[in-house]
Design a protein. Structure first.
Length: 284
């Protein structure tokens, strides 16, 4: 039961005290010692100066980058500088892929606009743009090592109603090659039950070129998980081939995402995890 607001009734004003009949003579003003006054003023000024100086120092440190503060400088952890990410707008009245009114998990936004952009300083692989931004299925399947695997995968894509493939790739200054493929189907059920769970939920059933032996990559922190996106990551087992390969598969509604990174020597883990998480956020 909702309580009714109480009306506060102001109390009647108190009667003013009666004026005294006789006002006492305050006498002559008391003279203070000038030396005491000067000392008090000096101490007050000093306190104000130190307070202002301290506040200025604190403000200056909060405005500086961590690497600009002596004693707090730290080396870069290897993350790439990506542009600010914004999700493309949905057509008017269309729900997002995780909305209750969208049980098929359909991404109504342009699939090409859901691709992660290349980081600063990277050279884009223009061959992955395809025609009008759509990549041919055979170009995507070139990532896989065995002819038999490519044929089997191709037939599964056809049987499960593959609609489009959007792709983007780039090479950074350290030689790391990144390729991202977004494969769209009719429903989230097709992605999860037809591909992710049977083929990619632990390690890929179809070996990528140069990475025939891989293991599950459990280095991703739990807090990096994106709601509505299932993730499986794999890392090539030593000894590496010509390149060290990392790969991830994401099931996000009606989209299966494939993220591949390769580099001679060792492919750093940090930019790989960063790339996978950012792509997940765009799809989630």
């Amino acid at each position: 039961m909702t309580e009714q607001p109480q009306t506060l009734v102001p109390a009647p004003p108190a009667e003013p005290p009666a004026a005294p009949d006789v006002v006492a003579d305050p006498g002559p003003p008391v003279r203070k010692d000038r030396r005491v006054l000067r000392a008090a003023l000096r101490w007050t000024a000093a306190v104000v100066v130190f307070a202002v100086a301290g506040a200025g120092t604190a403000y200056g440190i909060t405005r500086m980058e961590r690497t600009d503060v002596p004693g707090l400088a730290t080396a870069s952890d290897g993350r790439w500088d990506y542009p600010e990410l914004t999700k493309p707008p949905l057509p008017s009245g269309s729900p997002g892929p995780q909305a209750e009114s969208n049980p098929a998990g359909t991404h109504h936004a342009d699939l090409r606009a859901l691709l992660l952009p290349a980081p600063e300083g990277a050279e884009e692989n223009k061959a992955l743009r395809g025609e009008d931004g759509w990549l041919a299925t055979d170009d995507f399947l070139e990532e896989y090592a065995e002819d038999d695997d490519r044929d089997t995968f191709r037939q599964e894509l056809v049987d499960n109603g593959l609609r489009h493939i959007a792709a983007r790739g780039w090479t950074t200054e350290d030689g790391t090659r990144t390729r991202i493929y977004l494969l769209r189907f009719d429903t989230a059920g097709v992605v999860e039950e037809g591909f992710f769970m049977p083929h990619f939920s632990f390690v890929s059933a179809y070996p990528v070129r140069g990475a025939e032996s891989v293991d599950n990559d459990e280095s991703f922190p739990v807090k990096s998980e994106v709601a509505g996106v299932q993730r499986s990551a794999q890392n090539e087992i030593r000894p590496y081939g010509a390149e060290h390969d990392r790969q991830a598969y994401l099931a996000a509604g009606d989209v299966l995402a494939v993220v591949l990174q390769s580099r001679k020597g060792t492919a750093p883990a940090v930019p790989f995890r960063q790339t996978v998480v950012l792509q997940s956020q765009l799809l989630g």
